[in-house]
Design a protein around this ligand. Sequence first.
Ligand code: BES
Ligand code: ZN
Ligand code: ZN
Length: 497
Amino acid sequence: MKFSFSKNAVPTSGVAAILVGEGGKLSTIGAALDKKSGGALKKAMKTAKFEGKKGKTLVVYAVAGLEAVILLGAGGKKDSNTEYDIQKLGGALVPVLNGHRFVKVSVYSEEKLGAFSAEHVAAHIAYAAKLKAYYFGKYFTKKKDDEKPAFKELAAFSPNAKAAEDKFKVLDKVAEGVYLTRNVVTEPPNVIYPDSLAKIAAAELKPLGVTVEILGQKEMEKLGMGALLGVNQGSSKEPRLVVMQWKGGKASDKPVAFVGKGVTFDTGGISIKPSEGMGDMKYDMAGSGAVIGAMKALAGRKAKANVVGIVGLVENMPDGNAQRPADIVKTMSGQTIEVLNTDAEGRLVLADALWYCQHRFKPKYIIDLATLTGAITIALGRHYAGLFSNSDTLSEQLFKAGKAVDEKLWRFPTDDFYDRQIDSVIADVQNIGNEKGAGSITASKFLERFVNKTPWAHLDIAGVAWASKDLDLCPKGATAFGVRLLNQWVRDFVEGK
Ligand code: BES
Ligand code: ZN
Ligand code: ZN
C-alpha cells in the first residue's frame, strides 16, 4: 500500500474523496468541484438524501472531469471528539474503494474537525485506511487480480503536507506492528510453531534495535520452568521463550513489561477439545502476537520508554508423552501445580513466563495478554476484553488507553475467595477452580500467584483476538487486539513520566 501527502489543490483527475459536514455542507474544494460540474454534487446529494452523516458515503461518477467523487460524511461537531472518531472516517472509506474497484484515492482534508487540525485528520484517515485495508492473500494461488482488493494507494491532501506526513510516519509504525501481529495470528499452525514464531520475532525486531534472546528447552529446564515445559511435552516441536528488550528510556528507569501467551496450537492436550471449531485454536498465540507487534510499533516509532516483551511459546498436543490430568509440575517459582485439566494450559505457560519476568527485570508494571478462557466470551462477548489487576492505578490507565483506541477493557472483581477456589488438596495450586463459574477470574487468580506482588494486569483477549465480522478498523479475522492499546498506554502513561 502506498501513501503520499500533498498540499491541497482542486483535483482534476482520478478519484477524490471529499469530507462533507452535517446537512451536506461542502468544503472549499467540494464547492469548487460542485461549481465545475454545474451543481452535480449538490443534486446527487439531494437525490440520494445524503446529509453528510458521520461515516455515510455517496459515490458520484464522472463529475467535474474526475473519474468519481466520493462524498464522505463527517457529521457534526459532536462526531469528532476523539482520534478514533476521525479514524472511523478512514475505515469507512476502504469498503467503498474496494466495492467500486478504485485503486487510488485522493483524500482532501481542508479544515479542522472538532479539535483536530486538517493535518491531524489527513494523517489519521490514512492510518485508519491502512488498518482497515489489511489483506492476507498469500495462500491463494488461483485468485485473479480482479478478485483481490482493488485499493492500493492513498494520496492525502491538506494545507500543510509536511505536518500531515510527519504525523502519519509515527502512526504508520503502529500500523506496521498491527500488520505483523495480524500476519502471525492468521498464519496456519503448521507454519507458526514455537521456533518459527521466535525466529520471526527476532527477524522483525532486531533490525529496529530491540535485543532479542531466545531460550530453548535446555535453558528452560535449567531455570526449572516445569509448568511451561509440561504443556509442550506432547509436542514434537521444541518450546521457546522469547525475551525482547527495547531501551528507549533513561537507563535508570525501571522497565514496563508485556508478557504474552503463545500456544501456537491448543488441542486441549489429553483433555482434548471437541473437533468442531478446533482450528480456531491457531489463534491461541494471539497474546504473544500482540506483544511482538507492540514491540515492533514501539521500537519502530522509537518510543522513549524501557519496555520488556516476553512470550512463552508452546504447542499443546496429545501424545504418548503428553502431560496427564492429575500430573503435578514444579514451576520456576518453586510452587507446585496440580494439572487437573490439560486444556487450562495458558496459565501454566504464563506461570513461568510471569515469574521469570518479575524475577529478572523487576518491572514497574507487568501486563499480560492471553486468549486464556472461553468463559470471557460468555461474560463480555466480542467487544470487550477482560481486565484483571492487583493495581487500581494500572487498571485506570489501561481502561483509558483502551477507550482511546477502541480496544475496550472491562474490569472484573478479584476478591480473595476466588483464590481459595484454586487451592489444591495435594499441591500448592490447581489449574482449574473447584467451584462452578467465574472461570476467567479463577484463571487470573492463578496468574496472580506468579507475579510476586508486582503491579500487574491481565488482559483476557480470548473473545476479541479474532473477529467474525468486519470492524471499524479491521477486516474480519485476526484483530491484533492489544497492539494499539499497549502503544497508547506507553504513549500516555509511560513516556516522559
Ligand atoms: N485457549 C483456550 C481458551 C480460548 C477459548 C481461547 C476460545 C480462544 C477462544 C484455553 O486454553 C482453554 O482451553 N481454556 C479452557 C479452560 C478450562 C479448561 C478451565 C476453557 O476456557 O474452556
Ligand atoms: Zn486450552
Ligand atoms: Zn489455550
